[in-house]
Design a protein around this ligand. Sequence first.
Ligand SMILES: [Zn+2]
Ligand SMILES: [Zn+2]
Length: 364
Amino acid sequence: MTNETFDFTDHSHRRYNPLTDSWVLVSPHRAKRPWLGQQEAPSKNDAPEYDPKCYLCPNNTRASGSSNPAYANTYIFPNDFAAVKLEQPKLVESKGDTLKNRLCKVESVRGNCFVICFSPKHNLTIPQMKLEDLTQVVSAWQTLYSNLAKEAREEGKPYKYLQIFENKGTAMGCSNLHPHGQAWCLEAIPTEIAKELKSFKKYKDQYGTDLLGDYVKMELEEKSRLVLENEDFIVVVPYWAVWPFETMIVSKSKIPSVDKLNDREKKNLASIIKELTIKYDNLFETSFPYSMGIHQAPLNAEGEALNDSWFHMHFYPPLLRSATVRKFLVGFELLGEPQRDLTAEQAATRLRALDSKVHYLEKL
Ligand SMILES: [Zn+2]
Ligand SMILES: [Zn+2]
């Protein structure tokens, strides 16, 4: 022990993530290590607007043999290599209290997977899209959510949760440059969502308020982790962020799911996504890779699951200090718990300082 006072920008501490009931180790003194990494030239995208070999470009033929229409803004089609399928044989459950049944639990899972092309233009990314076109993407998410909920209600399709997400960049395992996202619809509630729903309920039972509603209120007062704000949404580097420049978009008011966004909220969501991704690209003057996705109410949710859900999006980008230095979850992080050097407040300060209107490519 020393006589110094505790400094959150210098001394190691653990921060609690109330969404997933987990901890992250923060070692801010390590961010002061000198960085001698190379300076890279800004990366340009010289891909063509149309690629005859791309299975997502308009009019091209996909692996399944189907052809894409000459679509003008967004285009949704069932994934030709879906992770879950609608039809499969019934799983016969093994009965009885055996060691195998205690330790090796299993359940069948059906569903459907979709690909969402954000734009017919092969060489665009979200930050480069026009606001009107990005608003069309949000509309496509809404339509998909409403249609699948309806199919579950009226046709008995096994759909309980719709996970909308985007993997951008080869660093996130995305092999096709064409701007697109995915939507997986499952008859089970995935683990991360189940954990959050449990945390929302626990918080409400304890304090009588919404966890994310209170979180927005607190972040708007503190401002140190706030990156962007408009009438309906905020972007923050969450207090408990694991990835160096991880962010969350959270709705200011309680909106359970994407289909409930009104026209103004829809446009404001598209706008804040665009501004955030422009900042990301400007950070290291590269097309910034990430995995992002929406967390929202399960399809046809009722009661607590509906009342507790609060629309938000997570952005998990892997880059640490430059276009090529990425963070890996290895060693202590894999065996113990996640760890970061840069604090959430330091990351937010960096992101806040960047231009959110002009993309670096427009300046080259
Ligand atoms: Zn393409
Ligand atoms: Zn979440």
